[in-house]
Design a protein around this ligand. Structure first.
Ligand SMILES: [Zn+2]
Length: 96
């Protein structure tokens, strides 16, 4: 079965897990989704038709090519989410 997938999503997700502790931003599901969405908006999408098992090599290539951009995008996104006034309105389980 073939799927159309934005590989950038996978890589951003991976880096999110990797650097979330350094980003100093709420880790609830809503804030995570916001950070991911904002970061992905700053990065070029990389759609590809793939079979599940064959994704890994392409992900690795993407990771190497965009590592710096991805980290910068996540940091910028975390900054926005942290300073976003709407944060209070969000249904957010912040453990502050
Ligand atoms: Zn939150």
């Amino acid at each position: 079965m073939y799927v159309v997938k934005n590989l950038m999503e996978e890589v951003v997700q991976k880096y999110y897990e990797k650097i979330i502790d350094e980003l100093d931003v709420c880790k609830c599901e809503k804030c995570k989704a916001d950070v991911m969405a904002l970061a992905l908006n700053r990065l070029p999408p990389r759609y590809c038709v793939t079979e599940e098992g064959k994704m890994y090599v392409k992900l690795k290539e993407l990771e190497i090519q965009f590592e710096i951009d991805i980290i910068a995008a996540l940091a910028a996104a975390a900054y926005i989410v942290k300073n976003n006034m709407r944060h209070e309105e969000r249904d957010c389980k912040n453990e502050m």
